[in-house]
Design a protein around this ligand. Structure first.
Ligand code: C5P
Length: 210
């Protein structure tokens, strides 16, 4: 089986030294990649800017910086994969204009106009074929389950993994996570707080059982 996984944040460049990013470390996506590789699956790991290493011979890693680069890399690889797991915290907006020179300090306000990025998971969901499974993540702060279900339908996903920022020890930066797995058949599995590699294993078990 060939599995595509996106992981980490994206950086959206403002000028040569500044960007808009987020706090994602890539730990959950890398744990998913390691778990799939340990099961003998071929993994394509498309990673935003992270400090993590990969050594497993079953993992082919493609490093990208921006949402646009991640979109292009996914579109190159998606067709050849049976499963795609969109774990990256992709920026929803990117500066409309990238400055070639460092923006200088001034006394006036600085306005940076942002335009929406492409939704990579939704793009994959819209072109997926019958033999392909597409899995997304939802990081929510309120009305978690309703938002996650809406997201799964809107992006045509087969499964969504819900992360709540209201749970201690879950989300960006931690080595643990607390997730609820929701499938398009309406099954809901609330996992306890677990190390991210154990969460990864349980997510993959549920994807394989779909
Ligand atoms: O809509 P929202 O950003 O909350 O959706 C989260 C899910 O969609 C995650 O699986 C994330 O990886 C994916 N996503 C994406 N491309 C975007 C935004 C989100 O693949 N531009």
């Amino acid at each position: 089986m060939k599995v595509l996984i996106t992981a980490g944040p994206t950086y959206e460049r403002i000028d040569p030294v500044r960007f808009i990013g987020n706090y994602s470390t890539g730990k959950m996506g890398f744990a998913l990649a390691e778990n799939c590789a340990d099961r003998g699956f071929d993994v394509i790991l498309i990673a935003g800017p992270v400090k993590l290493q990969t050594s497993h011979s079953n993992i082919k890693r493609i490093d990208v910086e921006s949402a646009a680069e991640m979109y292009d890399a996914v579109m190159q690889c998606f067709e050849s994969c049976e499963v795609a797991i969109f774990c990256a915290a992709v920026a929803d907006f990117t500066p409309e204009k990238r400055h070639d020179q460092k923006i200088k300090r001034k006394t006036d306000d600085l306005v940076i106009k942002l335009k929406p990025t492409k939704d990579i998971a939704a793009a994959a969901g819209s072109i997926k074929r019958e033999h392909q499974l597409v899995v997304g993540f939802a990081l929510e702060t309120n009305d978690e389950q309703v938002n996650a279900l809406n997201k799964m339908q809107r992006k045509n996903l087969d499964m969504i993994v819900l992360n709540s920022l209201n749970d201690n020890g879950a989300g960006f930066g931690y080595d643990t996570n607390k997730v609820t797995i929701i499938t398009k058949n309406g099954e809901k599995l609330e996992l306890p707080l677990l190390p991210k590699d154990e969460v990864a294993s349980r997510i993959i078990d549920n994807i394989v059982a779909l």
